[in-house]
Design a protein around this ligand. Structure first.
Ligand code: FE2
Ligand code: FE2
Length: 196
């Protein structure tokens, strides 16, 4: 996990060297995110992993570095560009929307003491985070079907609200989704939360 600000920005900027075919649109998206959204400062959650300033960037860069390693080992035919786009931006929905951050600093003392450092912004229209990521990216970058599936279903299966999340993708996950899902899970559980 890269937490040092300078090293984090270096690693983040280097990832864009992997983008060649859609370079113009991705660099415009980068500029949009950095100037019009909370991308460079947003936490990754309200109370769980990396609920700190820049947590989202720390997590996203970590997932990208791990996803690229897995891709190179198991599926070298998948392009560096494809794996970099889906992994770096899989959680981009967490920035919210233009000038409306998804996460706001919590101002309730007892909640902060319990570790709830941020709260979600009531101005944000409800949408699953994977869908919000897809909503934001696809306004700027043309995606393949596999890239879209990987982003929208990156959480994979987990129990939610009395049902199972992403059940519709079960046994129909493309390789990009599986690599991203595992890289995301590994990065959050092992590197960010120290699971043994
Ligand atoms: Fe996510
Ligand atoms: Fe994630």
């Amino acid at each position: 996990m890269i937490t040092d600000h300078k090293l984090l920005l270096e690693a983040y900027n280097s990832l864009f060297d992997n983008i060649t075919v859609r370079r113009d649109e991705v660099l415009k998206f980068k500029e949009f995110l950095e100037t019009r959204t909370s991308w460079l400062t947003s936490p990754a959650s309200t109370r769980f992993h990396l609920n700190i300033e820049r947590g989202l960037l720390i997590h996203s860069v970590g997932v990208a570095l791990n996803a690229i390693k897995i891709k190179n080992l198991l599926a070298p035919d998948i392009s560096d560009e494809s794996i970099t786009i889906v992994s770096l931006f899989h959680d981009i929905g967490k920035v919210g929307d233009v000038d409306i951050p998804y996460y706001l600093k919590n101002d309730v003392d007892w909640e902060i003491k319990k570790g709830i450092a941020y709260k979600t912004n009531p101005e944000i229209v409800t949408m699953s985070l994977g869908t919000r990521s897809l909503y934001l990216i696809s306004q700027h970058v043309k995606l393949s079907q596999q890239e879209a599936q990987a982003i929208v279903a990156h959480d994979g299966l987990y129990p939610t609200n009395g049902g199972v999340n992403n059940l519709e993708y079960f046994h129909r996950e493309c390789r990009l989704q599986m690599i991203l899902h595992f890289a995301d899970k590994w990065t959050a559980a092992v590197e960010e939360e120290n699971r043994k």
